[in-house]
Design a protein around this ligand. Structure first.
Ligand code: 1GP
Length: 235
C-alpha cells in the first residue's frame, strides 16, 4: 500500500519528500515539537534510521511520531537491530554499489526471524552510494567504495540491474552530510531509463537543491541533516 502510493505519485508526477530522522540525534522529550515542525513541512514520508544507531529507541521514537503525525513511517536501516514493528514499512536495502556480502544479503537473512510474521510492508530497495566528496558513515560502516560521481554509466547500469533484479525502488545516496550531492546529470540519466521510482538523498541543504533533484527526475527527495540542523528549514 505504501509502495503503491509512491508509484501512484510518480505516475501523477507528484514529487514526494521524506524527512530522515536519526534516532541518535533525537530528544524523545521534544518529540511533540519535532512532530509539529514535520507537520508544517511539505514532507510526505518520514524515514527513521541511520548507518550507526546506538540508542535503542526505535519503538518509542516511532510511536511518539505516530501519535502526532499521520505520515507513513518507513525504516531506513543500517542494521537489522533498527527494525521496529511500530513502523509502517521497511526499506529492505541492498547496497548494490558495494561488494560486501553482508550488505547485499547477510543482514537480510539475519532479519528474517523478525520480519516473517511482521505486518511491516517490506519494500525491496536498491541502495547505491555515490561519492559525495568525503568519506560517509555508510562507506565506513559497510566498508565499501562509492561509485565515482562522474561515472554516470556505472551508476546507471547498477540502478538498471537493481530494477531487473526486482528491486521496487532505487535510492541514489551521496551519504548523510555529503559535501557534494548526487549530480543532476546522473539523476537524469537514471530516471529517464528506470521504470521504478527513484529516491535521491545526501547533502541536499537548500530548497534549490531539492528543486534541482526533482527537476532532474528524482521522485522522492530525502532531507536529513538540513532539517536536523534547522527545524525551520522548510519555513
Ligand atoms: C542520508 O540521504 C540521506 O541517508 C539524507 O542525507 O543527511 O545529507 O540530508 P542528509
Amino acid at each position: 500500500m505504501f509502495y503503491q502510493q509512491i508509484v501512484s505519485a510518480k505516475k501523477e508526477k507528484k514529487k514526494q519528500l521524506a524527512i530522515l530522522i536519526d534516532p541518535d540525534k533525537v530528544d524523545l522529550a521534544a518529540i511533540k515539537s519535532l512532530s509539529e515542525k514535520i507537520k508544517q513541512s511539505p514532507a510526505t514520508h518520514i524515514f527513521v534510521g541511520g548507518s550507526i544507531v546506538e540508542k535503542d529507541i526505535m519503538d518509542e521514537l516511532i510511536m511518539g511520531l505516530k501519535k502526532h503525525i499521520q505520515l507513513p513511517v518507513l525504516i531506513f536501516p543500517g542494521h537489522p537491530s533498527q527494525i521496529s514493528h511500530k513502523a509502517d514499512g521497511l526499506l529492505f536495502l541492498s547496497l548494490l554499489s558495494g561488494r560486501n556480502p553482508e550488505y547485499l544479503i547477510e543482514h537480510h537473512i539475519n532479519s528474517i526471524e523478525m520480519l516473517q510474521n511482521s505486518s511491516l510492508e517490506i519494500i525491496p530497495t536498491g541502495y547505491i552510494l555515490i561519492d559525495g566528496g568525503k568519506e560517509t558513515a555508510v562507506q565506513r560502516v559497510s566498508q565499501t567504495q562509492p561509485i565515482e560521481s562522474n561515472n554516470i554509466d556505472l551508476a546507471f547500469k547498477t540502478a538498471k540491474a537493481g530494477e531487473y533484479l526486482g528491486k521496487k525502488l532505487i535510492y541514489l545516496e551521496a551519504g548523510s552530510g555529503a559535501e557534494k550531492t548526487v549530480p543532476t546529470e546522473m539523476i537524469q540519466k537514471i530516471s529517464e531509463n528506470l521504470n521504478i521510482p527513484l529516491i535521491v538523498g545526501g547533502g541536499i541543504r537548500s530548497k534549490q537543491g531539492i528543486e534541482e533533484a526533482f527537476k532532474a527526475g528524482a521522485d522522492l527527495v530525502v532531507i536529513g541533516t538540513a532539517f536536523e540542523n534547522d527545524p525551520n528549514f522548510f519555513n
